[in-house]
Design a protein. Structure first.
Length: 255
C-alpha cells in the first residue's frame, strides 16, 4: 500500500478488539481477497487464540495475539507500538472496541454507565489516537473505526451508548481531517442493528444486518475512498430523515 492510497490492499492488519465479531468478519473479508498478516489485540487470551487459529486455517500466513484492556489507557501506547513492531508496521488498523451497557434513558446503574463511557469514548479514543500516531509516523495507512448509527442522533432508548458512540465518531472524523495531508485515512463505519453476541435476545431493528455484510461494506468503502460507510447503505437515507425530525417529536420515539 502506498502512503497516499490507503485502500484494502494492505497486507498487515491490526485488529483492536480482537474478539469482535464485526472486526473479525472484516479481517476475514480482507483475507478472502489476498493473504494478510494479522495482529489481534484484546483482553481474553483464550478467545484471541481461537480467533487466530481460525484465521490461520482460513489462509492467514501469520496471526499473532497480544493482550489489551481498553480501560488500561496507560499501557495503550506500549501495546500498540508492540503490535506495529511485531508486524513490521501496519497498513490497516481496525478499531472494534465497544460495549452496549444498560439501555434506556437515565441509567439506574450509574457506575455501569460510566464504564460504558470509559470503554467506548476514553478507551477506544485512546487507542484511536495511538494508532493514528503510529500510522502517521510510518508515512500513512488506513484506520477503520466501528462507530454506530446511534452516533448520528442518540435516542432516549439508548442514551449512554448513543452518546459514547457520538463522541468516538466525532474524534474519528476530526482526526481524518487533521491527518489528511499526512496520508492517514480514517474510515468511520456506522452499522445499524447487527446480529452479534452483544445484541442476542434483543428485538431486531429495521434494516438489521450481519457481521459479514458489514465487512463487505467496509472493504468496499476502503476501495472507494469513502470517509463514512453505512451498513446497510440504506441507513444513510433513513438517518437523513431522522435528523430532520423536530426534537419535540423525536423525544417521543421509544425504540
Amino acid at each position: 500500500m502506498s502512503a497516499g492510497h490507503a485502500d484494502s490492499a494492505g497486507r498487515r492488519v491490526i485488529l483492536l478488539g480482537g474478539n469482535s465479531e464485526i472486526g473479525l468478519a472484516i479481517v476475514r473479508e480482507l483475507q478472502s481477497r489476498a493473504p494478510r498478516e494479522v495482529a489481534l489485540l484484546g483482553r481474553d487470551p483464550n478467545a484471541l487464540a481461537l480467533a487466530a487459529e481460525s484465521l490461520r486455517a482460513a489462509g492467514c500466513p501469520r496471526a499473532l495475539t497480544l493482550e489489551l484492556d481498553a480501560l488500561d489507557t496507560g499501557r495503550h501506547g506500549e501495546i500498540v507500538a508492540q503490535a506495529f513492531s511485531e508486524l513490521g508496521g501496519a497498513d490497516i488498523v481496525i478499531l472494534a472496541i465497544g460495549v452496549l451497557g444498560q439501555r434506556g434513558g437515565l441509567p439506574s446503574d450509574a457506575a455501569g454507565a460510566v464504564e460504558v463511557l470509559q470503554v467506548n469514548v476514553v478507551g477506544a479514543g485512546s487507542l484511536l489516537i495511538h494508532a493514528a500516531g503510529r500510522l502517521r509516523d510510518q508515512g500513512g495507512g488506513a484506520l477503520v473505526v466501528l462507530s454506530s448509527v446511534a452516533a448520528e442522533r442518540p435516542r432516549r432508548a439508548n442514551v449512554v451508548y448513543g452518546a459514547s458512540k457520538a463522541g468516538l465518531d466525532a474524534l474519528a472524523l476530526g482526526l481524518d481531517d487533521a491527518l489528511h495531508d499526512e496520508h492517514v485515512r480514517v474510515l468511520v463505519v456506522r452499522p445499524g442493528f447487527v446480529h452479534t453476541r452483544m445484541t442476542r435476545g434483543m428485538e431486531a431493528a429495521p434494516l438489521s444486518t450481519t457481521p459479514p455484510a458489514v465487512a463487505g461494506s467496509v472493504v468496499d468503502g476502503l476501495d472507494r475512498g469513502a470517509g463514512v460507510v453505512w451498513a446497510p447503505p440504506a441507513l444513510r437515507w433513513l438517518m437523513l430523515l431522522v435528523r430532520m425530525i423536530p426534537r419535540q417529536l423525536f423525544r417521543r420515539i421509544s425504540r
